[in-house]
Design a protein around this ligand. Structure first.
Ligand code: CS2
Ligand code: MG
Length: 408
């Protein structure tokens, strides 16, 4: 069996999805997602200019050797651009393999460990009242877990994932449009004074059953993160996410020394080497890697298996930048993983997105039910794709009030 062609499509409804389609001489094709948020043209170029010419003629069933060929052959290893490009190829080859087997992908991992996989939604508000309405809306929709972000009184601008104005019942998605980044102003003291109490009020309002998550988004120093994690212990968070930048994996020791609040880290990681110390030293409770950013299914499965040895559960990233293709790959891993925790899930299901990526995956009562169709269980409509083109975007930048650059 041979790969005969592969094509890359950049674009989609409100997002620059980077979709890879790999064709074979047996007519079976596979789909992959190389969407690196706000740097989409880079993995697309890597695929078109370097990787696809080396794919043609290869046997698509040899997904491990192909992964090793690209990873070891790159010489300059790892990094989000390369691993997103490898990730798309890897997803597509697993899609082909499962289609050849006539099975949904999770069967090739070892079958189902659960029927429905727990997901969490994003609640947010410009202020506490606005946030409470947002949480109530998701609870009413049947979500059992909700991430909670709130505007901070006195903060000069809106903070991470918080609307400038009251959201008034609308979902808030960060505006990444334009190549020149918007600037957020951050003040840790105001955040530290307000946010623990806000989380406690959500707990008081919605009771002990609701799983409450919060994303610090890399904004605190390790000591501040330890203080915050201790302050919110009584809230009983499901997790505290990215409390401090985790390039310094050992910095997380300080949090563990002072608090029992569960810690989730990993969405910015692109290889097992970014998180092996966090996992092996049991400094985190959830690993947040994304199949696209971390080299695809083959590499993420290695991370999941390492995590399982150390009581670390999965909590795969699921921001709107991930197309239904990589989300499908994650849903299949979620169905299988013995150490599954939770899946971040922002409703992609707009009619335009469903038309571009038809699938019968389903969310019911806060649980995600993966498709039993062969392969990933998602397709790609090239006619629909022709309607979209690339639109440059950029993450906001964050500065402290004195102008010092900080972490977005
Ligand atoms: C966030 C992400 O979903 C999350 O947990 O951290 O949405 C993150 O802000 C974006 O992926 C950045 O591109
Ligand atoms: Mg996050």
């Amino acid at each position: 069996m041979k790969i005969t062609d592969a094509r890359v499509f950049v674009g989609g409804p409100g997002k620059n999805y980077v979709t890879l389609k790999i064709m074979t001489d047996q007519g079976v094709y596979g789909l992959g997602d190389a969407t690196l948020n706000n740097r989409e043209t880079l993995p697309a170029a890597y695929l078109r200019d370097y990787l696809i010419p080396n794919l043609i003629g290869k046997d698509p069933r040899n997904s491990e050797d192909i992964w090793q060929f690209f990873y070891r052959g790159a010489y300059f290893r790892r990094g989000p651009i390369a691993m997103a490009a490898f990730g798309a190829i890897d997803m597509a080859l697993w899609d082909i393999k499962a289609k050849l087997a006539g099975m949904p992908l999770y069967q090739l991992f070892g079958g189902k460990s659960r029927d429905g996989a727990l997901v969490y939604a994003h609640a947010t508000g410009a202020d506490l009242d606005d946030l409470m309405e947002s949480v109530a809306r998701y609870v009413a929709l049947g979500y059992k877990a909700v991430r909670v972000q709130c505007g901070i009184p006195g903060m000069p601008t809106a903070s991470y994932a918080v609307p400038e104005q009251k959201s008034a019942g609308k979902d808030h998605i960060t505006d990444f449009s334009g190549i020149i980044p918007k600037t957020e102003i951050w003040d840790t003291d105001r955040y530290m004074r307000f946010m623990p109490g806000a989380l406690a009020e959500v707990r008081d309002r919605f009771g002990p059953e609701l799983k409450i998550l919060h994303d610090v988004h890399h904004r605190l120093l390790p000591r501040e993160a330890a203080e915050f994690a201790k302050a919110v212990e009584p809230v009983g968070l499901y997790w505290l996410e990215d409390p401090t930048p985790a390039e310094d994996q050992s910095a997380l020791r300080l949090i563990r020394q002072h608090a029992t609040t569960p810690i989730a880290i990993g969405e910015v990681f692109n290889s097992i080497w970014d998180c092996n110390a966090l996992i092996e030293n049991e400094l985190i409770d959830f690993i947040r890697v994304a199949v696209t950013y971390a080299g695809g299914i083959t590499h993420v499965k290695r991370i999941v298996d390492l995590a399982a040895l150390h009581h670390v559960r999965t909590g795969f990233h699921g921001a709107p930048s991930h197309s239904p293709i990589s989300m499908a790959a994650q849903h299949h891993l979620n169905a299988w993983a013995p150490n599954f925790g939770i899946q971040e899930y922002l409703v992609l299901g707009t009619p335009a997105c469903d038309a571009l990526f038809p699938s019968d995956h389903a969310l019911r009562d806060g649980l995600f039910h993966v498709s039993d169709a062969p392969g990933l269980g998602v397709d790609f409509d090239e006619d629909e794709a022709a309607r979209y083109e690339y639109a440059p975007g950029s993450h906001p930048v964050v500065r402290l009030e004195d102008g010092t650059m900080w972490n977005y």
